[in-house]
Design a binder for this molecule. Structure first.
Ligand code: PLP
Length: 408
């Protein structure tokens, strides 16, 4: 049986909210997702019953905290098809994970003349850390362009991906366009020229089954708060040998073997990259989110979102909205960006909010995409497992109302 979003909503207390007399129509999960009771309970239970710092204390609570924190790492490893928990570094999310790689790998191994290959659909968090690493090392940045329908334009890929390319950093799913680049093809092509590949999984991992071993990516990043987990949860998957070759990102307690006046030696990964008191409760909450997603099934979630995305795109097109991104749902997720008449996205979002409808308006931290499609901003409705066709209908009704109010 397919996923029943109405039953799913029962698990999320926030959907009991009434906003200015309206039920909550939440179409902004690409920014952050809501949390089911099991996640709220897991986090609260840690604080209520097991709270202590992990990896430090020998007393019972300390051992329990360590066990729960390491158990969360093991859950994440299994969820992502990673070969061992040691390949998962706990972080506050994708931004921190990409900075960790750009710093620990990029600044160590990039040299003047090397190239970092990005794409024009990247979120700023998969651009700026590489710009910083390039500025520090003398490496150059290059970008894979986009087609008019919002996919990667791979026409000139052989000129872009060469033996000078040392890293390809690419999103698994665009937060603006929804497009899903052909990861396996890109990873194979990058490996053929000796480049390592980082996949920004911030949008992909919450919505699509991911198997890092099958993909053969070198790094994968993810943000717990976008996949039903707490804020400040998330992680980085990295191949053993790559993690082992990298410099630490942050220095501090618990990531060292020995500290002398002159210098320090570091622990093996993943602990080398986990300085100071970690996001213990958050990672435990994230593990509960993963168990919840697994119980529903990532394939069922994907199937539900494909059908709902199709319904939303068709409805928007019928109203004359311009979809910015692919309209074919085969290789895209449920991040649906659009412009409607000449109404500014901020006006549209404000008008929708009056009816309890939450959408995002702006550049979505992807200014290269805005420039490519020659728009200052878009309105984005993003879908998840708890969204229904009623939510999409509410959006379409809201647009009609805004259209009447703002006129042509
Ligand atoms: N990459 C993509 C594709 C995103 O959509 C986001 C967040 O919107 C990020 C990276 C940054 O994630 P976070 O803010 O959780 O670090």
């Amino acid at each position: 049986m397919g996923l029943d979003p109405v039953a799913v909503r029962e698990d999320f207390p926030i959907f009991q909210r009434v906003i200015d007399g309206h039920r909550l129509v939440y179409l902004d999960s690409a920014a952050t997702s809501h949390k089911p009771n099991v996640v709220l309970e897991a986090e609260a239970d840690f604080y209520r019953m097991h709270n202590a710092n992990a990896h430090r204390a020998i007393y019972t609570l300390g051992e329990e905290a360590t066990e729960l924190f390491e158990g969360a790492r093991a859950t994440l490893a299994l969820f992502l098809g990673a070969p061992s928990p040691a390949t998962i570094v706990s972080t506050r999310g994708t931004t921190e994970s990409i900075n960790l790689v750009a710093h620990g790998w990029g600044r160590k191994f990039l040299k003047p003349g090397d190239q970092v290959l990005l794409t024009e659909m990247e979120h700023h968090s998969n651009i700026v850390p590489w710009q910083l690493a390039a500025a520090a090392t003398g490496a150059e940045l290059r970008y894979i362009p986009l087609t008019d329908d919002g996919h990667l334009d791979l026409t000139d890929i052989e000129q872009l991906l060469t033996e000078r390319t040392k890293v390809l950093a690419v999103t698994g799913m665009s937060n603006v366009l929804g497009s899903m680049p052909p990861l396996r093809l890109l990873i194979d092509a990058a490996h053929a020229v000796g480049a390592v590949v980082l996949v920004d999984g911030a949008q992909l991992v919450p919505h699509h089954a991911v198997d890092v071993a099958a993909l053969d990516c070198d790094f994968l990043t993810f943000s717990g708060h976008k996949m039903l987990g707490p804020t400040a949860s998330g992680g980085l998957y990295g191949k053993d040998e790559l993690l082992a070759s990298m410099d630490p990102f942050l220095g501090g307690g618990e990531m060292i073997m020995e500290v002398t006046r002159e210098g320090s030696t570091y622990k093996e990964p993943p602990f080398r990259f986990e300085a100071g008191t970690m996001n213990i409760a958050q990672q435990i909450g994230l593990a509960a989110a993963v168990r919840y997603l697994e119980a529903i099934g990532m394939d069922a979630i994907r199937e539900h979102e494909v059908a709902l995305t199709r319904y939303a795109i068709e409805g928007l097109q019928e109203m004359g909205a311009r979809i910015i991104g692919p309209t074919d749902t085969a290789a895209r997720g449920g991040e649906v960006s659009f412009s409607y008449r000449d109404i500014h996205p901020h006006d549209l979002a404000t008008s929708l909010s009056e009816d309890g409808i939450a959408v995002r308006a702006g550049h979505h931290c992807a200014q290269l995409v805005m420039r490519r499609f020659d728009v200052p901003a878009t309105t984005r409705a993003s879908l998840y497992l708890y969204n229904t066709t009623d939510d999409v209908d509410a959006l379409l009704d809201g647009l009609e109302k805004a259209g009447a109010f703002f006129g042509d």
